[in-house]
Design a binder for this molecule. Structure first.
Ligand code: SF4
Length: 177
């Protein structure tokens, strides 16, 4: 990878922070999957979520098939972070930046796998489980869906996980090889 070129391109995007990581630094936990299963209304609703993404062990193997990844974070200020609708509305700009960064990495001739935020919302009704995903090239599973402990990763990379006040922070991981 031409990291210098990529970093000059990243500087043009409204990113809050980013870090290049070795995938060996990722921490995977069944506890994160437990939260998906018991606390997320999107569990078993899309191809981007468990159980469609496979077991945590399968997700781990898929991630570790790549040696390197780029962690990106964006932040947006909202008037009230407790307002779920307002908070979630900040997600789509982050998804667009994730798509752009993925394209920049791919433009260097690299193969990528991208994990992003929440469940997939490209279709009004997901094809899961009756038919294959309609847009696999655009569908980014959630980072947490793979059992990745984002707080651990943020700490290791020095990226702020909890911002002060009414700041929404979103993370994505772009694996490349
Ligand atoms: S692109 Fe459509 S079919 Fe594929 S995961 Fe997203 S919502 Fe489901």
């Amino acid at each position: 990878m031409d990291r210098e070129l990529l970093e000059s391109q990243l500087a043009e995007l409204p990113l809050y922070q980013y870090a290049f990581i070795d995938t060996g630094d990722l921490c995977f936990s069944e506890r994160i999957r437990w939260i998906c299963e018991h606390e997320c209304p999107m569990y078993n609703r899309t191809w981007a979520c468990p159980p469609a993404v496979g077991s945590v062990e399968e997700c781990r193997a898929r991630c570790l098939a790549f040696d390197s990844a780029l962690l990106i974070a964006t932040i947006t200020e909202v008037s009230d972070i407790a307002n779920i609708d307002e908070t979630l509305a900040t997600r789509m700009p982050h998804e667009e930046i994730t798509r752009q960064v993925t394209q920049l990495v791919r433009a260097q001739g690299l193969e990528t796998m991208t994990l992003s935020t929440e469940a997939c919302a490209h279709c009004a009704r997901c094809a899961w489980p009756d038919a294959p995903c309609r847009h696999p090239e655009k569908m980014y599973p959630c980072v947490e869906s793979h059992g990745i402990v984002v707080t651990d990763l943020a700490e290791k990379t020095g990226i702020d996980f909890y911002a002060e006040g009414n700041i929404v922070t979103w993370f994505s991981l772009i694996f490349y090889r």
